[in-house]
Write a protein of this length. Structure first.
Length: 364
């Protein structure tokens, strides 16, 4: 006769979910979220939902705008390097930059952090980055979700998603209907800080092909390790774009994300319009020349995968380009007149002399 062993009762922690650790994380991040409070914030973390009052934020007749995004495979570099304090900034940037191009002021942000097993120090570092990004964008971190799902993610790995809501007064959406983008308008480029958060599947492939370790000095920046240099966070353009949004000659914005310069600018153009950009007008961060050289990536592929040094494009009336460039530079950005809008039934973006931008041979 088969003997029977006593089976002890299992707990949720035995299954891989540590409720106490999750509660401790909430307490640890409450001060981080509190530091992002702004006008319109109603309550603190911990409720079943988060409240926000647009009228208290100063809006009379608000239209709400929502955006959601993630960090993509840039996360893999964070896992491999153990550097987690910047990817939260990326998460916020990918959402709020998409809000501001439509004319919306970001109001609040929520995050979703999903992992196979909660490592509180890692999660807190990520949320600290999210809070830092929210402070840069002027929006409040009012909630989020931490999900432990054992068996769904590899040990030490997690996924991130973000959700942000902004508002604008009715009738002020970009591209502006009352000042349509036309052939002959100027295109202003605002500099990126590096690769930002798109194209990292190709970046990782190029790193593998190079034979370099992520702890090696970056070939394009000897002051940093390669992994840390590639984790440079996405620049947040909210304050600068809002600062010029009321300028009567600003007609539209394009956030240069997946699809690069070639595919994002046409997203804000009417049918029959394209753009011509001059690569001698700006200097791209040196990471792009290294990626192109090491990966043997042709110019077209580079420009439709990466931002190539321009993280945001602004379409303005040609006679006001100089004034808008000055206003952006005064707001802390590096801006240049980089091209013009053209009549083009195919809505193409042509870049002349992109190698000049990659080589840092900008005019002036």
């Amino acid at each position: 006769m088969r003997s029977r062993r006593r089976i002890l009762g299992l707990s949720y922690k035995d299954a891989g979910v540590d409720i106490a650790a999750g509660n401790a994380l909430v307490e640890a991040i409450k001060p981080l979220a509190a530091a992002t409070r702004r006008a319109g914030t109603v309550d603190d973390l911990g409720g079943f939902g988060a409240l926000f009052d647009p009228k208290a934020a100063g809006f009379d007749d608000p239209i709400l705008v929502a955006a959601t995004d993630g960090v993509g495979t840039k996360l893999k570099l964070a896992f491999e390097t153990g550097v987690f304090h910047t990817i939260g900034i990326d998460l916020v940037a990918m959402c709020v930059n998409d809000l501001v191009v439509q004319g919306a002021e970001p109001l609040f942000f929520l995050d979703y952090f999903a992992t196979g097993g909660l490592e509180p120090a890692t999660a807190e570092a990520v949320v600290a980055g999210i809070a830092a990004g929210c402070k840069q964008a002027g929006c409040a971190l009012i909630g989020g979700e931490t999900a432990e799902m054992p068996g769904l993610y590899a040990k030490g790995e997690f996924d991130l998603a973000g959700f942000s809501v902004g508002a604008m007064e009715r009738g002020t959406a970009f591209p502006r209907a009352d000042r349509p983008i036309e052939a002959g308008d100027a295109v202003i480029g605002i500099a990126s800080d590096g690769v930002h958060s798109n194209g990292y599947s190709l970046v990782r492939k190029i790193v593998e092909r190079s034979g370099l370790d992520l702890t090696d000095p970056a070939p394009f920046d000897g002051d940093q390790q390669l992994g840390a240099a590639l984790l440079t966070p996405t620049r947040i353009y909210v304050r600068a774009c809002l600062a010029i949004a009321t300028h009567a000659t600003v007609k539209g914005y394009a956030h240069i994300t997946g699809g690069g310069l070639l595919e994002n600018i046409p997203r804000v153009l009417a049918d029959g319009l394209g753009a011509q950009l001059d690569g001698t007008a700006w200097q791209a961060p040196p990471v792009f020349a290294w990626l192109q050289r090491e990966g043997e990536v042709d110019d077209t592929e580079l420009a439709r995968t990466f931002n190539c040094g321009i993280g945001m494009a602004v379409m303005v009336a040609a006679d006001a380009a100089g004034a808008v460039v000055d206003a952006l530079n005064d707001a802390g950005e590096t801006a240049h007149l980089i091209g013009k809008i053209t009549a083009d039934p195919d809505q193409t973006v042509e870049i002349t002399d992109l190698p000049a931008a990659l080589a840092g041979r900008a005019n002036g």
